[in-house]
Design a protein around this ligand. Structure first.
Ligand code: BG6
Length: 489
């Protein structure tokens, strides 16, 4: 049985409270935690946005959001109690005449409990809102500010945001969210590595041939053309989610589970990532954009046709990269990364491919090398492929079969959404699953080098059909190294 430890009472103000993130993720996450009796009844949840609304209409908005997220299992009884926590403040937080007194009257004395300011707004508003919070006297401890990705569009803009935010808040008050770090299996990756003696001795170049990290999506633009076309798959997915997965896979065991111990190990990995030069860009990376095709049996438009502009877009919706972590543990072990929209499946997976046995004792009998597959979504699972003898007579045949730790079969639980855990961690003041400023900046530094290398060496934008597993050159990237992507391991 899951056990939920109640957090202390808190106040949270969601700037952008009527927006998409608040509706789809934040309000349902808070409601779920309330239903599990984790949020005390005297906590306050205040939506804030420019839309003229009163508390009653915000409650209606929140109810629709939570109902949409929970479907048939919507808990009416708990809702009646939960909605009493909700309030709303109409305001443009960056306007000189913003009604900060009105907001203050809705929250309690800040010294007695955490005040959490969740910036579910456009990133260009992060600094002005933080400055306004500072001027309104709302930034001192134990106030916390939560920032969503993207933190900038490159190293320079990320630094400007971090400088502006940190001029008002101290670094330990800043929670930069990467929702992948709140996913159940991502945390399990740490448990698997550091709570078992089995893996750590072989978790290095001594036994690992290579690592693959795949995040493939069925979705396309989902009405986010304005943002996505300026961003592309490298900035949208690799700079944050995929590099975070790489860090957790490659990092050294931390001294403890405290925020800074884990983050210090992750930053070492980011700093060890070899910058991809213009000379290597064409051989080590692939960028591509989807054309029309069939996704899940439904015809979908190509990326270019989903955009409204006349100019042809050069934005990549797929990227594959051969990355190298230049340190003692991983020298010579490639990390193959790929992500794409409108692919053949929704799947996030980390594959640790071990080296083949040194001497082929069983000759032609078959079998392969060991492989550990960590499936983040859907169908969370950890599978360790081992070689076994196929039963029966007729000679010795070896088969690769998984020891299968499928979550659904072992834990009859509803998995909390990543935001549920992360929001409760903000209340607890646990920073370990949030990105520190140096991590964000180191990730941008590596990504900026790659973008410059693409521009300098004119790496072409290829195409792939929607509903496929990416362009041919993605398979060729592996093939050149005598390897292949593991599809649905
Ligand atoms: C977001 C990206 O950070 O992550 C989206 O901006 C992407 O483009 C999403 O679709 C994927 O998240 P998940 O949890 O659905 O894998």
């Amino acid at each position: 049985m899951a056990e939920f430890i109640p957090v202390e009472s808190f106040d949270i103000v969601i700037f952008g409270g009527t927006g998409d993130l608040s509706r789809r993720k934040l309000l349902p996450a808070l409601f779920h935690r309330y239903c599990d009796a984790q949020i005390p009844d005297d906590s306050r949840i205040i939506g804030s946005a420019r839309s003229e609304m009163d508390a009653k209409s915000f409650r209606r908005f929140a109810r629709d959001a939570c109902q949409a997220a929970t479907g048939d299992s919507f808990d009416t009884k708990n809702w009646t109690a939960f909605e009493k926590l909700l309030d709303y403040q109409t305001m443009d937080a960056t306007a000189p005449d913003a009604d900060w007194d009105g907001l203050k009257s809705k929250i309690s004395d800040g010294r007695s409990r955490p005040h959490i300011f969740y910036l579910a707004t456009a990133p260009r508003l992060y600094v002005p809102i933080c400055e306004a919070l500072g001027k309104a006297g709302l930034a001192s401890e134990p106030a916390r500010v939560v920032l969503e990705k993207p933190i900038g569009t490159d190293l320079e803009s990320a630094k400007a945001i971090n400088d502006g935010v940190c001029a008002v808040f101290n670094e330990p008050q800043v929670y930069r969210i990467d929702h992948y770090l709140g996913k159940e299996t991502v945390q399990n990756l740490m448990v698997l590595r550091f709570a078992n003696t089995l893996f750590e001795p072989i978790w290095s170049r001594a036994a690992v041939d290579h690592v693959q990290i795949t995040v493939s999506e069925l979705l396309g633009l989902e009405g986010r053309a304005d943002y996505y076309d300026k961003s592309g798959a490298l900035r949208d997915m690799v700079q944050n989610h995929i590099l975070q997965l790489l860090c957790l896979t490659a990092m050294e065991p931390p001294n403890a589970l405290d925020g800074d111990d884990i983050r210090t190990e992750k930053i070492k990995v980011l700093r060890a990532l070899k910058p991809i030069s213009a000379k290597d860009a064409a051989r080590h990376t692939v960028r591509a954009q989807y054309t029309a095709g069939l996704v899940d049996g439904e015809p979908v438009k190509g990326y270019a046709d989903e955009l409204s502009g006349d100019e042809p877009s050069k934005t990549e919706t797929f990227v594959a990269i051969k990355a190298e972590v230049e340190n003692w543990r991983w020298a010579g072990v490639p990390f193959y990364l790929r992500t794409g929209k409108r692919m053949d499946s929704k799947r996030s997976e980390i594959v640790i491919q071990f080296k083949p046995i040194p001497h082929p004792l069983f000759g032609e009998a078959g079998g392969g090398a060991n492989r550990l597959v960590i499936r983040l979504q859907p169908d969370e699972a950890v599978r360790l492929f081992v070689q076994i003898k196929e039963p029966g007579p007729g000679g010795l045949r070896i088969k690769s079969l998984p020891l299968n730790l499928a979550y659904a079969e072992n834990f009859a639980l509803r998995y909390p959404d990543a935001y549920e855990r992360l929001l409760m961690d903000v209340v607890r003041g646990n920073l370990s699953l949030f990105m520190r400023r140096d991590e964000v900046e180191a990730a941008w530094d590596w990504v900026d080098h790659l973008i410059a290398a693409w521009a300098e060496s004119e790496v072409p934008l290829e195409s792939y059909q929607a509903g496929s597993n990416g362009p041919l050159s993605s398979a060729m990237l592996m093939d050149r190294d005598d390897r292949a992507w593991v599809e649905g391991g």
